[in-house]
Design a binder for this molecule. Structure first.
Ligand code: UD1
Length: 420
């Protein structure tokens, strides 16, 4: 079992290149099956979730290889349409292959996805939207047997919640559907824009991504082709390293980071006393005056405060002066990091979806367990400021979304290492 050892209590200072976005690269990897051609994805982070998506592509008959920081996917041969239960369970994003396979080969068999440590993560919106496009989806023995006997046909899809995954699945299936599909109440996350930009680069006709109304004009699959594409910078990795700098009263330059994707978090860090500004090639943060608590943080769909940043920012606020409230409105079970932060000396009380964080003057290193991906990142942030040594286990959950978090932290001056 691998663990991370972090020796905290030192002020961070350094410069770091931000990795490509996990939540962008995963849907884009599945979108490759629509092209039937070679795609080169640059700034593709070497994450375990990325390798899981590449394994799914290989099992479908496609060729995938890594070339430095790029991944090359050739989907000219796509001669299977079944994804095993074991592969589907490796990550939540595996469900995005459903829309992509319906759009490319018109049928597939797969199962419910894994990655449900945040509480129930239903896919009813995905399935109902794809059925509206003409897909026939039968559920039997935990498997989803999907086909579109009459082809897919564009229509108006009104999502009752701006689900990121459902929006992506509909976009992927609708690219080759007959006629026009309109998604209303679509998710507006930056990763949706990245997916639309990638698909358009491959010959799709998508407009309105980034707004709550996305239009997709169907094109014949034969008109789609490969391309070279740069994955957007990871906004949650950016928030993680900003918070690591902030909690230690330090400073960091994050090369390639974009402020426009994380305005809700930047506003909050500024309110708590940090200086954050854009520089020519990224973002700079400094926090020399000590943090002040911000009254309340409520997670919301984009452009609201991201649920993925909740645990990380909460870790940062454990040392802020005063009391703040966090409300988790997206997922039911997303406070599992709290008990671990409390072990490190944090003062946090939870009730249902509300956490009350009262700042403490110091945290202390402890043996803790990463409860999930972002909860694990939150423990790394707290460990940077804690007195003494913190040992974090369950590192494989952190590896799902961070390219060697210990090396990134070391670049910012943290004494961090992986113990195998
Ligand atoms: C969510 C986040 C996304 C984040 C990702 C990984 C939001 C809106 N989405 O995306 O930013 O990167 O987790 O942590 O913050 N739901 C249903 N039925 C469905 C689909 C979703 O009820 O078919 C509900 C979920 O239970 C949950 C909410 O909608 O309460 C979040 O949905 P969704 O955006 O679909 O989740 P992800 O795509 O996983």
């Amino acid at each position: 079992m691998q663990r991370l050892k972090i020796e905290g209590g030192h002020r961070l200072c350094g410069e770091l290149e931000i990795q490509g976005a996990k939540n962008s690269v995963l849907p884009i990897l599945s979108a490759c099956v629509l092209t039937g051609d070679e795609v080169r994805l640059n700034r593709c982070p070497p994450l375990s979730d990325v390798y899981a998506a590449m394994r799914i592509l290989s099992c479908l008959g496609c060729k995938c290889k890594r070339d430095g920081t790029s991944v090359i996917v050739d989907t000219a041969v796509l001669d299977k349409n079944v994804i095993s239960d074991a592969l589907m369970r490796r990550m939540r994003s595996s469900i995005i292959f459903l829309g992509a396979l319906l759009g490319s080969v018109g049928e597939c068999t797969l199962s419910f996805p894994g990655g449900c440590e945040l509480g129930p993560r239903p896919i009813d919106l995905h399935l109902s939207a794809l059925r509206q496009l003409g897909a026939q989806i039968d559920e039997a023995h935990g498997r989803l047997i999907c086909s579109c006997p009459k082809g897919l046909k564009g229509t108006l899809i009104n999502l009752s919640f701006p689900s990121v995954g459902a929006t992506e699945n509909v976009m992927l299936a609708a690219v080759t559907a007959k006629g026009e599909t309109v998604i209303s109440n679509a998710a507006r996350e930056p990763e949706i824009c990245d997916l639309a930009e990638f698909l358009n680069r491959c010959g799709a006709k998508i407009s309105g991504a980034g707004s709550s109304r996305i239009k997709i004009k169907g094109v014949p699959r034969s008109q789609l082709h490969g391309c070279e594409f740069d994955i957007m910078p990871d906004r949650i990795a950016t928030v993680t390293y900003m918070c690591a700098a902030a909690i230690t009263g330090g400073e960091a330059k994050l090369k390639g980071a974009r402020s426009c994707d994380i305005e809700a978090v930047i506003n909050l860090l500024r309110q708590s006393g940090c200086s954050v500004y854009e520089c020519c090639d990224g973002l700079y943060i400094s926090s020399s005056k000590g943090l002040k608590a911000v009254r309340s943080v409520r997670t919301q769909p984009y452009p609201g405060f991201p649920t993925d940043a909740q645990a990380i920012v909460m870790a940062c606020m454990t040392r802020a002066q005063g009391t703040g409230i966090f409300v988790e409105d997206i997922f039911e079970n997303r406070f599992r990091h709290v008990d671990e932060l409390v072990r490190m000396g944090a003062d946090i009380k939870t009730e249902g979806r509300v956490a009350v964080v009262s700042g403490v003057s110091s945290l202390s290193g402890a043996n803790v367990v990463a409860p999930d991906l972002r909860g694990g990142a939150a423990l790394c942030v707290a460990a940077c400021a804690a007195q003494g040594e913190t040992l974090i286990s369950n590192v494989e959950l952190i590896d799902r979304g961070y390219d060697s978090i210990e090396c990134a932290l070391a670049r910012l001056g943290v004494k961090a290492e992986r113990k195998v």
